[in-house]
Design a protein. Structure first.
Ligand code: PEP
Length: 255
């Protein structure tokens, strides 16, 4: 990281953008390997992309191992982990297991897990503690719903989520924050660059310098350049558009 300029009350640090694909629960092993290989080939052909950004893919759990065998330039992440150590926790996957298969990152507190699995901020913090202890970098997701934004409560919501979801000992080395307005995920609606700038400045004040803050929510090649050029946007967490190598690489290109 190198210090570029002083803006506002705090230093703005330039760092490589993190372009992270959240593949969610999609595809087959064959399709996952094909997608990973297409992204690898794309990066191979355009070395400048790797100078500008770190590229990460987070396949479904069962696809992590096969994908790990076909990537070198791309980092590997999981979409969730257990808050417990190995043991009698049927159906769960420990951070040690994720480390063992070569994962470097884990997404935590995605709004879909908060919504469909009733994950709370406290649980996210417990998982993040375990993940950091195992040497995984966490991507902690926060974001308001549409009605919360309409009520003007977005900063209260995101501030509270950050305070309760980030465990002790978060550093730029072990933590990434993803701001994902829930109403923008998978809907085609994107927050305006202005709204993103305001929220990311707010998050920056809360988390301090150095921690990467990603934007997520219907990012695609057509809107990526503007979003990724917004102050305090250090990369993107990308769902739908990460399932097509061309679109995902187009976003990396925009960075
Ligand atoms: C996500 O689920 O993290 C996400 C940002 O999805 P999409 O890009 O499809 O909105």
């Amino acid at each position: 990281m190198e210090q570029e300029a002083l803006k506002g009350n705090y230093e703005v640090i330039t760092m490589k953008k993190l372009i992270a694909g959240n593949w969610k629960m999609n595809g087959t092993i064959e399709a996952a390997i094909e997608l990973a290989e297409s992204i690898e080939n794309g990066l191979e052909k355009k070395p400048e992309l790797q100078e500008k950004c770190d590229v990460l893919v987070c396949p479904p759990l069962l696809h992590l191992l096969p994908v790990s065998g076909s990537i070198e330039k791309i980092a590997l992440g999981a979409q969730d982990c257990s808050q417990n150590d190995n043991g009698a926790f049927t159906g769960d996957v420990s951070t040690a297991m994720l480390k063992d298969i070569g994962a470097g990152y884990v997404i935590l507190g995605h709004s879909e897990r908060r919504q469909y699995h009733n994950e709370t901020d406290e649980l996210v913090a417990q998982k993040a503690t375990k993940a950091n202890e195992a040497g995984l970098i966490t991507i902690i997701c926060v974001g308001e719903t549409e009605s919360e934004r309409e009520a003007g409560k977005e900063q209260d919501i995101v501030g509270a989520q950050l305070a309760a979801s980030m465990p002790e000992g978060c550093t730029p080395e072990n933590t990434v924050i993803a701001y994902e307005p829930v109403w923008a995920i998978g809907t085609g609606k994107t927050a305006t660059a202005e709204d993103v700038a305001v929220m990311h400045a707010f998050i920056r004040e809360k988390v301090g310098e150095g921690i990467r803050i990603l934007y997520g929510g219907s990012m695609k090649p057509a809107n990526a350049a503007e979003l990724l050029a917004t102050p305090n946007v250090d990369g993107g967490l990308i769902g739908g558009a990460s399932l097509k190598a061309e679109d995902f690489l187009g976003i990396a290109q925009a960075a």
